[in-house]
Each structure stands twice: as structure tokens, then as C-alpha cells.
Design a protein around this ligand. Structure first.
Ligand SMILES: Cc1cc2nc3c(=O)[nH]c(=O)nc-3n(C[C@H](O)[C@H](O)[C@H](O)COP(=O)(O)OP(=O)(O)OC[C@H]3O[C@@H](n4cnc5c(N)ncnc54)[C@H](O)[C@@H]3O)c2cc1C
Length: 391
């Protein structure tokens, strides 16, 4: 008989791994003893992220009985800008901006309160799969499990060890700058998505998110380049960010610039193999906006359902995981987002088309929101044109 140290090994204690653990214990409290979460860092660990929780993420947390009580900024208005097209979308709120380090530590604490074992400071250094299970090499020795959930982020070590392919990655750069708490973005709850960078070859946008970090008001600013079209000439992203910051009175030289990729969904890549499930960024998230927290939480929900079914049948092949992902009410939105990315960035080859799409953006939003109201964090009728321009 094969010996297992644990039934399920979850690698990565970010939203995807912790959501998998939390969903499992919610389904059956005995899961707390059957699984371990390995996290290479210690909470509160730094994770480069805007910390924007959309209603998709908040709904999943709410369904788990988790209400975000951490300090946050509620954003009620998303401002979108491209050339002379200035639009605003109002939400209820549209986003809650949290400090990611605190958010993940909070999630981990909640999971622990349900008995979930999280081993901090333990690094996965290798993995082998055989017919009976998984052997994980870690910085603390070997672990044998029936199955493994790879929730170890965009640079997934599990994917690398198992030669799962590099996948497609967006590039993101971020800086946090001090700001007065009575800045209009804080006072009125506004976040900006500035798409002018499309004209500079960026397949994405520049953002300004108001946020609280260690009790101080900070503006989280950054640039998202999806790299959706892979055969575009390389672009100097830091210079473009510096160019976007200059009119805001910010010099890039005064702040540490940080970067991290987001691995986005490739529909051709299966998110499971016998004994292994990918979740969160390791599996692939949104190529259009780079939203990932909600999808990571949703992957956790689907991974937990799949593991429960495997436990019941003792079949660990995970043949239906891909289909479960496609059927999940949150994750199925990744496919329209891919289509959106194709439209938004594919059209860069024909600048006239990009401009035309922006001209009819309110109508496009209304149509999409009418077809798929559940996908929209904002009330589409409230999308309006700003005449005064955007600061
Ligand atoms: C600059 C930037 C801004 C972003 N802004 C937003 C935003 O505003 N809203 C939003 O929804 N999304 C945003 N995202 C995306 C979001 O951060 C990710 O999609 C999300 O963190 C994915 O969660 P995850 O659990 O899959 O991975 P992660 O959060 O990356 O967690 C993976 C965990 O695995 C651990 N780990 C890695 N390797 C090992 C190993 N070998 N052994 C043990 N542990 C390991 C890591 O320490 C980490 O804790 C942003 C991303 C970036 C880069």
C-alpha cells in the first residue's frame, strides 16, 4: 500500500491556494487534516499588485462567509480615457482597493481558523508524478501526496518542473507614490485607466488606483502590457511609464520601480494532468485587464470541487477539470475577456479601427452588459461621456 504524508498538497498560499483550502474545508471539515498549504514566504508577504477587488472577487468571498474588513478604498467611478474619448463607469462600488500583503495574510488567518495547515517559509524545489501520486521535494524534505494543486503564481515552479510550457505573460510595472488624502481620487473614489499608451505600442493601459498602505494614503500607479500580439516590436516600458508619470508631477527616479508578470489564459493549454491541478495565475487569468484575484479565488472553488469528486471516486486523473473551469460562473468570463483582448489589441495593427472602437465604446459596453449583466461590475446605463476631461 502506498504511504501518503498528506492527501492534497497545495503549493502557494496566495488567493488561489488559500481559496482552494478554504473551499475544501467548507465542503467537509475533515479536509483540514488531509491537506497542507506550502508557502515559500512569511505573511504578510509582499506581492506586487494593485489590490483591486472587483465585485467578482467580493461575491466569491461573500459566498464563503468572508467580508473584507481590512482598510480599503472604495472606488465608485472607473474613468477610461483614450485620446479625446473620456468615459466614466459608476459602480456599487466598482472596486475595493486593499493592501495585497494584508489581504493575503488575512485570508491565511481565516483559513487557519478553520484548521488549515499552512507551512510558511517552505519552498517547493522539485516534483515528480507517478501513477500512485506526487513526490514533492521541499526545502524541509520530501512529501508524498495523492495530488498536488499548483497555485504558485505566474512564474509557477510546478509548471517549470513538469515542463508544462512557458505560456503567455503580460508585463506590469508599478510604483507607489505618496498623495494627499484629500486628492479627488480618494475623496470621490475614482480610479483611472488611461489607454493613451496604446499609441506608444503598449497593449494595455496606465492606471492610478488610490490605496492605503501602512495607514498612509498612496497612489498605486502602473502600466499593464498584455503582450497579446507577440510579434510586435519591443517597447521601452519603463520610459513609457516615466512619460505617463511626468504630467502627474512624479519622477520615476524618486521611487523604486517594481515589475512582475501575469500569466494569462491559453485555451489550448490543459489546466490539469493526472494528479496535478493548476490554479490562479499558474493556470492563466485575464489578458484584457490583468484582473487576477477574482479568477484566482474562482480557480480555488473549482479545484476544491474537483478534489472532492476525486476523493469520492478515488479517481485522480482530473479529466473534467478543464470543463469545470469553463463552466464556472466567474472563470467562464475569461473567454470573452480573451476576445476583448483580441479586439482591443488586435486592432492596434489598424489604428483607425482602435479609434472607431473607442468612439462607440458606450454602445459596446451597453450591448455587452445587456448580453452578460452578471459580468459587469458597473451599471452600464451609468456609463457616460465626461466633457470636462480627466485630471
Ligand atoms: C503589478 C500588478 C498589479 C495587479 N493588480 C491587480 C488588481 O488590482 N486586481 C486584481 O484582481 N489582480 C491584479 N493583479 C493580478 C493578481 O496579483 C494575481 O492574478 C493574483 O495574485 C494571482 O493569485 P495566485 O494565488 O494565483 O498567485 P500569487 O498571488 O502570485 O501567489 C502565489 C504564491 O505561491 C508562492 N510560491 C511561489 N513559488 C513557490 C514555491 N516554489 N514554493 C512554495 N511557495 C511558492 C508565492 O510566494 C505566492 O505567495 C496584479 C498583478 C500585478 C503583477
Amino acid at each position: 500500500m502506498t504511504y501518503y504524508d498528506v492527501d492534497v498538497l497545495i503549493v502557494g498560499g496566495g488567493p488561489a491556494g488559500l481559496s482552494t483550502a478554504w473551499h475544501l474545508v467548507r465542503q467537509d471539515a475533515r479536509w483540514a487534516e488531509r491537506m497542507i498549504v506550502l508557502e515559500k514566504a512569511h505573511y504578510p508577504r509582499q506581492k506586487l499588485c494593485g489590490g483591486g477587488l472587483t465585485p467578482l472577487a467580493l461575491d466569491i468571498l461573500h459566498n464563503l462567509g468572508l467580508e473584507v474588513t481590512l482598510p480599503h478604498v472604495s472606488v465608485y467611478e472607473l474613468r477610461l480615457r483614450y485620446r479625446r474619448h473620456h468615459y466614466a463607469l459608476r459602480g456599487r462600488p466598482a472596486i475595493q482597493v486593499v493592501d495585497r500583503a494584508l489581504f493575503d495574510a488575512w485570508l491565511a488567518e481565516k483559513a487557519r481558523s478553520q484548521g488549515v495547515q499552512i507551512q510558511e517559509g517552505v519552498v517547493l524545489t522539485g516534483v515528480e508524478i507517478d501513477e500512485q501520486g506526487v513526490t514533492a521535494h521541499t526545502s524541509q524534505g520530501l512529501l508524498r501526496a495523492r495530488a498536488l494543486v499548483a497555485a504558485d503564481g505566474s512564474n509557477s515552479a510546478v509548471r517549470r518542473f513538469l515542463k508544462w510550457g512557458r505560456g503567455h505573460k503580460a508585463r506590469l510595472l508599478e510604483v507607489r507614490t505618496g498623495v494627499e488624502p484629500d486628492h479627488p481620487y480618494f475623496r470621490e473614489g475614482i480610479a483611472l485607466f488611461d489607454w493613451d499608451v496604446l499609441d506608444m505600442g503598449v497593449q494595455g493601459y496606465y492606471w492610478d488606483f488610490p490605496s492605503w498602505v501602512d495607514g498612509s494614503a498612496m497612489m498605486n500607479r502602473g502600466i499593464f502590457d498584455s503582450q497579446f500580439l507577440s510579434r510586435r516590436p519591443p517597447i521601452p516600458l519603463p520610459q513609457i511609464l516615466a512619460q505617463m508619470l511626468a504630467p502627474r508631477g512624479v519622477s520615476l527616479e524618486d521611487y523604486p520601480l517594481q515589475g512582475h508578470p501575469i500569466h494569462w489564459l491559453d485555451p489550448g493549454m490543459p489546466p490539469a494532468r493526472p494528479r496535478v491541478l493548476l490554479a490562479g495565475d499558474a493556470a492563466g487569468v485575464d489578458p484584457l485587464l490583468g484582473e487576477g484575484i477574482s479568477f484566482a479565488l474562482a480557480y480555488g472553488r473549482v479545484a476544491a470541487q474537483t478534489l472532492n469528486a476525486a476523493w469520492a471516486t478515488d479517481d485522480w486523473q482530473f479529466r473534467d477539470y478543464g470543463e469545470r473551469v469553463r463552466q464556472d460562473p466567474c472563470l467562464r468570463q475569461l473567454w470573452p475577456r480573451r476576445l476583448g483582448a483580441r479586439l482591443a489589441f488586435g486592432s492596434l495593427r489598424w489604428p483607425g479601427v482602435t479609434r472607431g472602437l473607442w468612439r462607440i465604446a458606450p454602445q459596446l459596453f451597453s450591448l455587452m452588459a445587456w448580453m452578460r449583466p452578471q459580468y459587469f461590475p458597473v451599471t452600464p446605463r451609468r456609463m457616460f461621456k465626461l466633457h470636462e476631461g480627466i485630471p
